[in-house]
Design a protein around this ligand. Structure first.
Ligand code: ARG
Length: 462
């Protein structure tokens, strides 16, 4: 059979054009969504009396058979068919005859592709959110055991104040929670059905778009056909949501990489999720975390690429839009495998509590506590307290001690007004627990944060 649109042409298209123009090699991924959409459309046409019941039945069964054929690897994808929409329609007509030719009544490939791709994006947004939730659950599980594990908190990658390890991990759980909320809000916003918009202007046929919308699980039919067939905001949103999620993953991975180095030795990745070197026998490399960090490059690229494709397009459908799919497929597939391996790596890594603890003993993490002590005791203003504490830091450095290890005599050398009770302020665990303000690092506050997360997870799964 010739091309479905070949009526007005005298000559066959060149095979070079076919190769260049076709989206079939990649949009065949959308076969399920295409069949689902066509079945719903045919059902609506039959309800409206546009198709007979028998025609609907034979279309429905014909589409089912094609799905089986595709899934059994027996469907012959022909580049001449151009895309998955025409490939399926041609095969349907080949198999069931004239009824197949009626399926395209009151629709166009423009609303068809908008539907298929939107369904794909919505389904995968849900799947990615679910996978990301698993990562959060793992983080919570680890955190539960480490609300009292000291770790140096950093700013500028310099020791700042003592934290507990759970508090540190929960910062990432917050990022991932925002990511999930972003996916969810995109799903909500884009939950509208494009089918029935036809080429750009709607259709003179007496169709029922509310019915197809419901049948396909959408909230409503879209409100303006011209917008709907050219809108790719839903695709941009998933790309942005994925890009932001990878920005967070890459930050976590950067820390995991640092922590797995000999300089830190806070964690060790399990052998199953580490790699070796072809030349240096001693090496155990954090390839997984590095690759995850690196993947942000390609998913950012996919976002920028589609933003650029969409820029300046006149209404309505333009073939440029066919460039929307590969990047989204890539970002989605990258997300699915990445989240799985991130989760496994986190679950199986060893955590070296003692090394974390040791690391808090350098860098004068309780310096701010000394300054706060001097203020709270009404000894001096904060600015003067800062200066005095600086002198204490200087002394500690000269004595090759951490500030938390200074004795009262040494402290009083700098300022006589410092009393013995200061020692409990300089204690690192006390310092961590002193930050008990809402959202702070104290063990108590961290436990509250954990509880809030659990509540949120439960609400989400209802
Ligand atoms: N393969 C096309 C795409 O992916 C389908 C829509 C084609 N529409 C058209 N009028 N040529 O965008």
């Amino acid at each position: 059979m010739g091309k479905l649109w070949s009526g007005r042409f005298d000559k066959e298209s060149s095979s070079l054009l076919d190769e260049f123009n076709a989206s079939l090699p990649f949009d065949k991924k959308l076969y399920k969504q295409d069949i689902k959409g066509s079945t719903a459309h045919a059902k609506m046409l039959a309800r409206q009396g546009i198709l007979s019941k028998d025609e609907y039945k034979s279309i429905k069964n014909g589409l089912k058979a094609i799905q089986k054929e595709i899934e059994a690897g027996k469907f012959e994808f022909k580049i001449k068919d151009e895309d998955i929409h025409m490939a399926i329609e041609s095969r349907l007509t080949e198999n069931i005859g004239d009824a197949g030719k009626k399926l395209h009544t009151a629709r166009s490939r423009n609303d068809q592709v908008a539907l298929d791709f939107r369904l794909y994006v919505l389904e995968n947004s849900t799947d990615i959110s679910k996978s990301l939730k698993k990562v959060i659950k793992t983080i919570l599980k680890i955190s539960k055991k480490h609300t009292d594990t000291l770790i140096p908190g950093m700013t500028h990658l310099q020791h700042a104040q003592p934290l507990n390890f759970a508090f540190h991990l929960l910062a990432y759980a917050q990022m991932f929670k925002r990511d999930i909320e972003r996916f969810e809000s995109s799903i909500k916003r884009n939950n509208i059905s494009p089918i029935g918009c036809a080429a750009l202007a709607g259709t003179p046929h007496n169709i029922d778009r509310d019915f197809t919308a419901k049948e396909l699980g959408f909230k409503f039919p879209s409100g303006n056909c011209l917008d709907t067939v050219s809108d790719r905001d839903f695709a941009l949103e998933i790309l942005f949501n994925i890009a932001t999620m990878f920005m967070h993953i890459s930050r976590l991975c950067e820390e995991l990489i640092l922590w797995s180095s000999y300089e830190f030795k806070f964690i060790t990745f399990s052998d199953e999720y580490s790699t070796g070197s072809s030349i240096m026998p001693q090496k155990k490399n954090p390839d997984v975390a590095e690759l995850l960090r690196g993947k942000s490059g390609r998913v950012y690229g996919n976002l920028i690429s589609l933003m650029t494709v969409m820029k300046g397009l006149p209404l309505a459908y333009n073939k440029d839009t066919q460039e929307d799919k590969e990047g989204v497929f890539d970002s989605v597939e990258t997300s699915m495998i990445s989240l799985k391996i991130l989760n496994e790596s986190l679950k199986t890594m060893q955590i070296h509590k003692d090394n974390m603890d040791k690391a808090t003993k350098v860098g004068h993490l309780s310096a701010t506590d000394l300054a706060d002590y001097l203020v709270q005791k009404n000894i001096v203003s904060f600015r003067d307290a800062h200066f005095i504490t600086g002198k204490v830091v200087n002394l500690a450095d000269k004595l090759d001690k951490d500030m938390s290890e200074l004795n009262i005599k040494e402290l009083q050398k700098i300022d006589k007004r410092i009393e013995k009770d200061v020692l409990s302020f300089l204690n690192l665990r006390n310092s961590m627990n002193a930050r008990n303000s809402f959202g702070g690092t104290s063990t108590k506050s961290t436990k509250k944060q954990l509880k809030e997360f659990k509540k949120w997870l439960k609400q989400g799964s209802k």
